[in-house]
Design a protein around this ligand. Structure first.
Ligand SMILES: Nc1nc2c(ncn2[C@@H]2O[C@H](COP(=O)(O)OP(=O)(O)OP(=O)(O)O)[C@@H](O)[C@H]2O)c(=O)[nH]1
Ligand SMILES: [Zn+2]
Length: 333
């Protein structure tokens, strides 16, 4: 009888758990990929996912605007088996809403733990990576499951300098410089678009002299204060991001001719004579078209979705001009 008590001391559940996850107590590293609008974050993400790395990677996308979720998911799901979690943000204050949403997304993802051993988190082009990073410290429950491995910032060699040096109205921070300032690693992208001289300028501007890094005494006024308090200080003194930048999203049914698309730079459009959905991505004056793997169905209503991010956008005017362009095509064909 006494012998029979022994097995009870070994929980059966523990054995079963260990079979699904080789090391359940191991923390999962998170890499934050940041960078200004169109810098090349998703391109980097896709590159990492398609390279051989022997890691099972989960992806969290912190997308800006409503319609863009679909586009990003198209761009990402080509890399084989993936786990995605959406970190939805509306037009509110990005830096302030990111934490709750971020914690939620990661909690959702962690319900599938054991299925992946790395998390990549792509922020929006207008995110303050500091706000994203701080959720890993402030939420202690999350902190026991995952850890922040590093912040990688992608800089557009062609437009990066312009973004970095842009003067913001009083009280607003420059997102691009914040993304560079907080980076553990900076990747200068689109080097094919610039001369050696331009590239060196960008390089010099993101490189920091060590004398500017050490002995900052940035927290002297808070010396002796706990880390928690310091973080609160960082939180309450952060400048808000530029609210003049807004997203405009709308849909117009019909087809548009590829040649006439240069009237417009961004969006997901149905191109006349193409059997697949086409992804159009633009940054400033550059844009490219990429036929996706998603075919239009025979009886599917062709739809163009435009997501424009910028300043002083008048939704009604843009939509009307675009609608007219689509109508014109319809009439001519
Ligand atoms: N010429 C050139 N274009 C590139 C390079 N890398 C990316 N692009 C293009 O730049 C555009 C933006 O790239 P994405 O990877 O979507 O940039 P992103 O930072 O994820 O963009 P958002 O999430 O919209 O802010 C796409 O049209 C890419 O094809 C590069 O090395 N050279
Ligand atoms: Zn804010």
């Amino acid at each position: 009888m006494e012998d029979e008590d022994c097995p009870d001391l070994v929980p059966i559940g523990a054995d079963a758990a260990e079979q699904t996850d080789a090391n359940p107590s191991r923390k999962i590293p998170v890499t934050i990929i940041t960078g200004y609008l169109g810098a090349g974050k998703t391109t980097l993400l896709n590159y990492i996912l398609t390279e051989q790395h022997n890691k099972r990677i989960a992806v969290i996308l912190n997308e800006f605007g409503e319609g863009s979720a679909l586009e990003k998911s198209l761009a990402i799901s080509q890399g084989g088996e993936l786990y995605e979690e959406w970190l939805e943000l509306r037009n509110g204050c990005l830096c302030c809403s990111v934490k709750d949403n971020g914690v939620k997304a990661i909690e959702n993802l962690m319900q599938r733990r054991g299925k992946f051993d790395y998390i990549l988190l792509e922020t929006t082009g207008l995110a303050d990576p500091g706000a994203v990073a701080s959720m890993f410290w402030v939420d202690s429950e999350l902190g026991s499951d995952i850890y922040l491995d590093g912040i990688v910032s992608v800089v557009d060699a062609k437009h990066g300098l312009q973004h970095l040096t842009e003067e913001k109205p009083e009280g607003l921070i420059n997102e691009a410089s914040r993304q560079v300032a907080l980076a553990d690693l900076i990747i200068i992208n689109k080097t094919d678009l610039v001369s050696e001289e331009e590239l060196n300028k960008v390089r010099t501007s993101v490189r920091v002299d060590l004398s500017n890094v050490l002995d900052l005494h940035a927290f002297d006024s808070l010396s002796g204060v706990s880390l928690q308090k310091k973080l609160e200080h960082v939180k309450t003194t952060h400048a808000h991001l530029d609210k003049a930048i807004i997203t405009v999203t709308f849909e117009v049914p019909g087809n548009i001719k590829e040649e006439n698309l240069n009237l417009f730079i961004q969006g997901l459009v149905s191109i006349q004579g193409k059997s697949h959905q086409v992804l159009v991505q633009g940054v400033h004056e550059l844009y490219d078209l990429e036929e996706t793997s998603v075919a239009w169905k025979e009886d599917e209503k062709r739809m163009n979705r435009l997501v424009l991010i910028g300043r002083n956008l008048d939704k009604e005017i843009i939509k009307e001009v675009f609608r007219a362009t689509v109508r014109e095509e319809q009439g001519n064909s």
